[in-house]
Design a protein around this ligand. Structure first.
Ligand code: AMP
Ligand code: ZN
Length: 112
């Protein structure tokens, strides 16, 4: 499958990793939108939030148990934002489920 984040998960394309275990990977975004901008992905290909279901819900829960630990490891003591863009209207450019962790400064409240 021609999926950028599957290739990053497989190590075929390099990334600046901040956390990895058997099921998930977190790495710095190549075009950061905030002082800290990290992406968290499942290694298994899930196309988007629309692809979350009963079969992979444990994996998604695993991601969310790790996000606070990853944020702490990045020094985000002042808080952070977690975003997942789902589909074209949201501006999803990589069709592999990912959660943006953004922080390192007070963030704009603009959502649209
Ligand atoms: P989205 O627009 O929500 O699908 O987010 C995709 C994100 O992937 C964007 O913030 C891109 O900057 C980021 N991105 C694209 N290619 C790479 C790459 N090779 N390594 C790290 N981040 C990437
Ligand atoms: Zn993929």
């Amino acid at each position: 499958m021609d999926c950028l984040f599957c290739k990053i998960a497989a190590g075929e394309i390099p990334s600046n990793k901040v956390y990895e275990d058997a099921e998930i990977l977190a790495f710095h975004d190549i075009a950061p939108q905030a002082p800290v901008h990290v992406l968290v992905i499942p290694k298994e290909h899930i196309p988007s939030v629309d692809g979350v279901n009963a079969e992979n819900a444990d994996l998604v829960a695993h991601i969310f148990t790790k996000i606070p630990k990853i944020a702490a490891s990045l020094g985000l003591t002042g808080g952070y934002r977690v975003i997942s863009n789902c589909g074209d209207d949201a501006g999803q450019t990589v069709k592999h489920l990912h959660f943006h962790i953004l922080g390192g400064k007070p963030l704009s409240l603009t959502m649209a």
